[in-house]
Design a binder for this molecule. Sequence first.
Ligand code: HEM
Length: 331
Amino acid sequence: MPWLRHLPANVRNIRFLLEGKAKTHAIYDRIVEACGQRLKEKQKVFKELQEQKRLQRQLEKEQRRQSKEADPGQEQIEADEDDEESDEEDTYEPECILEHFLTVRDTDSQLYCDDQLRHLLADLFGAGVDTSLATLRWFLLYLAREQRCQRRLHELLLPLGPSPTLEELEPLAYLRACISETMRIRSVVPLGIPHGCKENFVVGDYFIKGGSMIVCSEWAIHMDPVAFPEPEEFRPERFLTPDGAYQAPPQFIPFSSGYRMCPGEEMARMILTLFTGRILRRFHVELPPGTEVDMAGESGITLTPTPHRLRFTKLPAVEMRHAPDRAVVQD
Ligand code: HEM
């Protein structure tokens, strides 16, 4: 209800949010400025290279012309080479979303103006950083507790090079299963993002009045013992078929579902695969003896673990089989 915004507690919250927005926008402006500078330098270098190539081509052309004068049979070859030249790319190809935006930036446009750029960055940072980081923290906490799972991961990761690539890590079904089990057991956006229902609507036996707020409780679905037996148990095997392939049940919805589901799912999956895979390729993670573990976490907009101390022990660069005892910790 609109009048609620005048209650003192809400006034304070709104002011806090607006101040936060102003601060983050100032940070985004600095990021944009730095990226814009780098883009200009890259475009300059690109232009110089193109110019060098153009001069080189002119030189070669002149040499061919001279040799053609000596041997007139080469005419056709030259015509073909001229065609190739005109196909060549002569504008700098942006390397990231920000560079793309900056190359089409137009202060008069409603789409590619500075305000939209700040909101784009707010979407990427606001929606992408907290969620991915919270998931990574839960992952490390669970793996520190579940040494059986960590051993199995080390067996898969240690034969890889010290900094495995996404292409090497993506096929590891068990790694993906551990990430998914983390996202199921501790959904970092437990209540999704509230949505509104514009018209009266019926879902199954339920009548939903137009104007109602709809909250999708991911938590309730992920903790449903019918879909996920003994839901408080960390069991990555839930996401594996009997022959070891990755498979997620339809009840697994950490990115919500429907038209407004998370557009960053693919990116989050890549970030998490790379970070978890690379960290566990290099370290054994454990809780120092006597640590009291709190697996309930703190619930704000995202559900994050409370701070814990974890011990990271560097693993040897060689295969697990030849690793010292510290790499194989008892449960
Ligand atoms: C583990 C990581 C992540 C989780 C668990 C997650 C989860 C979610 C969820 C549950 C929603 C609400 C969807 C709905 O309203 O029904 C959402 C929305 C959104 N997410 Fe993510 N997200 C993650 C990472 C990211 C990343 C990396 C990005 C971008 C780089 C991103 C961008 C967004 C945006 C822009 C929205 C709002 C979509 C809209 O309202 O149309 N998310 N996310």
